[in-house]
Design a protein around this ligand. Structure first.
Ligand code: SF4
Length: 298
């Protein structure tokens, strides 16, 4: 569902805005296929673009729910500032989990990233509305130059205002689409990401909120407690449904593993590092450190 009123500079799916929009029957057929061909799948995540701008989102969610799937939505939360809309998603649509993008607790930073006035106010209202529905709510924050210095404060703010959050995810940029075009103004070094990850783990443990890192090599957190998402196994599992693959458009980010990875026990499970980061950094980050250990979890 490709439409989106925001213009985030790190959007990696902005090309789907130019594609013909999905029609409801197409989406229902995909849901039917998931149910018939993959009976072990228990949950769908509806995303875009901005999925809440899809005119029949409540109907599509309700269809998936009535087919026996649990339904989550990945969103910028703007439309959810409307209490009645969020209520319809939760009660009529059966959506029981939301992943809401919140990039900064400084309204001017969040607003300027999305390019939408008062976006911070609307997004945070949306989070509160989803919690009021009894849904599981997680936040997603993209790590970039304008957000990295405020991440610890963001955790403290969210725990104070939104408890209980399911997870706070911090996503390294996927260097594709707009993110590829804007990379020079966005990317921070992997070593800085590793540094802030340690601080995030500390504040998460102290405040009792689960912190997750996405799109990073596994050695960023050799202890494994940050549970980096999109391990190799999960990436493979998603391929069959991904519109990137369905439309014969492999995602642009290419992962590579530096030579030193050959000594790492996580070699098979780790996606590695996006090649765009290596090109940009011009050398292998110091934080890429082969993980010693007795077993390969892959
Ligand atoms: S050393 Fe290489 S294979 Fe091991 S976790 Fe780091 S990037 Fe992944």
């Amino acid at each position: 569902m490709g439409a989106c009123a925001a213009a985030c500079p790190f959007c990696y799916t902005d090309w789907i805005r130019r594609d013909p929009p999905f029609e409801t029957p197409q989406l229902l057929r995909i849901i039917d296929r998931i149910v018939s061909d993959f009976p072990t799948v228990g949950r769908v995540v509806l995303s875009g673009g901005e999925v809440t701008e899809f005119v029949d989102i409540v109907g599509v969610a309700r269809y998936a729910r009535s087919a026996g799937l649990r339904v989550a939505i990945q969103t910028n939360g703007i439309q959810m500032h409307s209490r009645s809309f969020t209520h319809a998603l939760g009660q009529s649509g059966g959506v029981d989990a939301f992943l809401v993008s919140l990039h900064s607790i400084q309204p001017e930073i969040h607003d300027s990233i999305l390019g939408i006035p008062a976006a911070f106010e609307k997004t945070t209202l949306g989070i509160a509305n989803a919690l009021a529905e009894g849904a599981a709510v997680s936040t997603n924050t993209v790590i970039c130059r304008s957000t990295i210095s405020g991440l610890v404060d963001l955790v403290e703010y969210c725990v104070d205002r939104f408890s209980p959050l399911e997870t706070m995810r911090f996503s390294n940029i996927i260097v594709e689409g707009a993110a590829f075009r804007n990379a020079n103004g966005l990317l921070v070094s992997l070593d800085n990401v590793a540094h802030v990850a340690i601080r995030l783990r500390g504040v998460g443990e102290k405040l009792g909120v689960h912190i997750e890192l996405a799109n990073v090599p596994l050695c960023i957190d050799p202890q494994g407690s940050l549970n980096s998402s999109y391990h190799v196994d999960l990436q493979r599992a998603l391929i069959d449904f991904s519109p990137f693959y369905q439309q014969n458009r492999p995602r642009g980010e290419k992962y590579v593993k530096p030579a030193r990875c050959s000594e790492c026990t996580l070699l098979r499970q780790c996606p590695g590092i996006q090649s765009a980061y290596l090109s940009w950094a011009k050398s292998v980050p110091e934080s890429i450190i082969p993980v010693p250990g007795a077993s390969d979890c892959g």
